[in-house]
Design a binder for this molecule. Structure first.
Ligand SMILES: C[S@@+](CC[C@H](N)C(=O)[O-])C[C@H]1O[C@@H](n2cnc3c(N)ncnc32)[C@H](O)[C@@H]1O
Length: 213
């Protein structure tokens, strides 16, 4: 019998993605930052997370956010390499579930902001990532960094998320949303105009000013 959860669209493809190894720019920027408390929203197979973990060499914390099967495979991959400083934050494939729910749980826990470098590389859509940035902002220590992947990305041009490759995209998003660079909307409308953030790498890396709250 098909359960309700199987009858609704997952908002993201379960198929293989065209992710070509680690994001070298992010790895380099993280190294240069000197940060120790890293979070990655959308880890896929963990190529970037593994390089970050190798760099940290057991120091600090690595927080991984993704669908439960993906995040547990990556946590296992890093632990098998000897990295014990990994914290997995899984979510289900239900339509409205995402790393935003896991971020809510961290916010609810309270205490000092837990992250000083967050790489946002998940859904790449306003519906998920506008809220993701606003939550990350609350969880990012002053002086911390937020790093965005793929400023120019669109659903229309994505080899894995275009309506041709992944038909649910046509039901989940309007034509305007399919054509819009949605990471750019998050950066242009929420991050860049915020005086508490300084743009260090155009369209990608922003630093929350040390005096910001
Ligand atoms: C481009 S891949 C990440 C690549 C990875 N950061 C790297 O550098 O190797 C995007 C990831 O975001 C995840 N993602 C997309 N929507 C999500 C959602 N609603 N909840 C959790 N993860 C999501 C996907 O499962 C996928 O693994």
């Amino acid at each position: 019998m098909t359960g309700f959860a199987d009858a609704v669209d997952p908002p993201f493809t379960r198929s293989e993605l065209l992710v070509d190894g680690p994001n070298e720019q992010t790895v380099e920027l993280f190294r240069a930052s000197g940060c120790r408390r890293y979070a990655e929203l959308g880890v896929y197979q963990g190529d970037t997370a593994e390089r970050i973990a190798d760099h940290l060499a057991g120091d600090g914390e690595i927080h991984l956010f993704d669908y439960e099967d993906r995040v547990s495979a990556v946590a296992e991959r890093l632990r098998a390499r000897g990295h014990a400083n990994v914290v997995a934050h899984p979510n289900t494939w239900r339509t409205f579930d995402s790393y935003n729910w896991s971020l809510m749980a961290l916010l609810r826990r309270g205490g000092a902001p837990p992250f000083d470098y967050v790489f946002i590389d998940g859904a790449h859509t306003w519906a998920f990532d506008a809220l993701a940035f606003l939550l990350v902002d609350r969880l990012l220590a002053p002086g911390g960094y937020v790093d965005f992947d793929d400023y120019h990305w669109t659903l229309a041009a994505s080899p894995s998320m275009s309506p041709e490759a992944f038909p649910p995209t046509r039901r989940l998003y309007t034509d305007e949303q399919i054509d819009a660079p949605q990471v750019a909307l998050v950066v242009d409308l929420l991050v860049r105009p915020d005086d508490r953030y300084e743009e260090l790498v155009e369209n990608k890396l922003f630093r929350k000013r040390p005096e910001a709250r």
